[in-house]
Design a protein. Structure first.
Length: 255
């Protein structure tokens, strides 16, 4: 019998453990305008009841999170739902990771924080940072199989959320940034400029955000070094208690 390597076991853990806070799913419900009595429509197929879902201590598996996104997309009746959801994902919605980003000295440090700690919030998502010439590239990988509609919806959500983070740090929309989508131009492509302030492209090899280094190095007017160190230490302690996978590599970032 073939046994799993440690890395392979972590791949399984990343998609089977209940480790995702329910606040992202609750934002889906809010965007849909669902009442408590209507929540079963969002929870259909997840095995989770309304009472458990509303418990702040409840955690979701990646499969449950994706099932809720599937339900939400269907309930919305709007294929651009991912962009609308992403608009709600301000830095404050990401817990300690978001607070670390908000108090970071610049956008580059904020992206590094998300790169290191996004598995503590969404274990099936990985971010990879790499400097290419005069731009910082943030590549997004989804670590579980997704159907075409959900992959597109989730890509829209993540892209908009990244722009929300950048806008908070820089203090204005990231007009100079570029987002590359792996999916083809959808039927609702005309609404992208309402959500994405920078340039966007479709049919790319991978989902990737490109930000000029000069923009990444702009000081954060809300920077707080003490709070950043506190949140960073808190998150580092969390990563030591769980086998979160992180490809964080300083050599990769600056070479």
């Amino acid at each position: 019998m073939q046994t799993m390597t440690t890395a392979q076991q972590r791949e399984v853990d990343a998609t089977s453990e209940a480790n995702i806070p329910t606040n992202y799913a609750k934002l889906m419900a809010r965007e849909l305008g669902l009442t408590a009595r209507q929540l079963p429509r969002l929870l259909r197929g997840t095995g989770i009841g309304t009472r458990q879902f509303l418990n702040d201590d409840s955690l979701l598996t990646p499969a449950q999170q994706i099932r809720m996104l599937h339900n939400a997309l269907a309930l919305s009746g709007q294929p651009e739902f991912g962009l609308r959801l992403g608009e709600r994902l301000t830095p404050a919605t990401h817990g300690a990771m978001g607070f670390a980003a908000c108090s970071s000295p610049d956008l580059l440090t904020a992206l590094q924080a998300f790169h290191k700690f996004v598995p503590t919030r969404a274990s099936f998502i990985q971010l990879h940072l790499q400097q290419v010439e005069k731009r910082m590239e943030c590549r997004v990988d989804f670590q579980m199989p997704l159907d075409e509609d959900i992959a597109r919806c989730l890509a829209d959500t993540v892209a908009k959320a990244l722009f929300e983070i950048g806008e908070f740090i820089v203090g204005r929309p990231l007009y100079e940034a570029e987002i590359c989508f792996a999916h083809s131009a959808p039927s609702y492509q005309a609404v992208y400029p309402d959500y994405i302030p920078g340039e966007f492209r479709f049919d790319c090899d991978e989902l990737k955000l490109k930000v000029p280094i000069t923009l990444c190095q702009m000081p954060n007017v809300s920077a707080n070094s003490e709070n950043y160190k506190y949140q960073d230490a808190k998150l580092m302690a969390l990563t030591k208690t769980k086998p979160w996978r992180s490809s964080f590599n300083m050599f990769e970032l600056f070479n």
